[in-house]
Design a protein around this ligand. Structure first.
Ligand code: RP5
Length: 167
């Protein structure tokens, strides 16, 4: 089978979230993907409020060309785990900061998956979302040289932006 080197125009990463209110956090994942030139889609898919949409999304994603799913949710954050249960695509979970428990509920809901159904869990909030985008990029960099190059440039720029003097 020939190795695929060219990124398609269609989305290869799916960014999903439990509510529109999660976008303020999850847009950081979308921005990281955009900065690496990775085609991505963003959708609201709620485990509790739109379970049929969740099933459909998870079952169809691989066939539509999605290669990595980033799922963010807050509170009783079942979205990443349920998606992971329904697809063999890698799923990266982002705990959205909740009002009541400041995201500890989201974090524990996402990270404590049962043996056999993994979700790669990131940090709570915007940093976790941005890192999920970068981590998806690192996964895709194994296949797409353009993503590898973009990731290397991102790291180089980030390093150069850290001044040695504290003032
Ligand atoms: C979760 O409940 C969502 O992921 C969101 O983080 C949280 C609150 O949702 P809204 O009440 O703002 O729609 O399902």
């Amino acid at each position: 089978m020939p190795v695929e080197l060219q990124l398609p125009d269609s989305p290869v990463v799916g960014v999903v979230m439990g509510s529109r209110s999660d976008w303020e956090t999850m847009r950081h994942a979308a921005e990281a993907l955009r900065s690496l030139g990775i085609p991505a889609e963003a959708k609201v898919v709620s485990a509790h409020r739109t379970p049929q949409r969740l099933f459909r999304y998870a079952m169809e994603a691989e066939g539509r060309g999605i290669e990595v799913i980033i799922a963010g949710a807050g509170g009783a954050a079942h979205l990443p785990g349920m998606i992971a249960a329904l697809t063999i695509l890698p799923v990266l979970g982002v705990p959205v900061e909740s009002k009541a428990l400041r995201g500890m509920d989201s974090l524990l809901s996402i990270v404590q998956m049962p043996r056999g159904v993994p979700v790669g869990t990131l940090a709570i909030g915007a940093a976790g979302a941005l890192n999920a985008g970068l981590l998806a990029g690192a996964m895709l960099a194994r296949k797409y040289p353009a993503v590898r190059e973009a990731l290397a440039i991102h790291r180089r720029d980030q390093t150069e932006a850290v001044g040695e003097s504290p003032e």
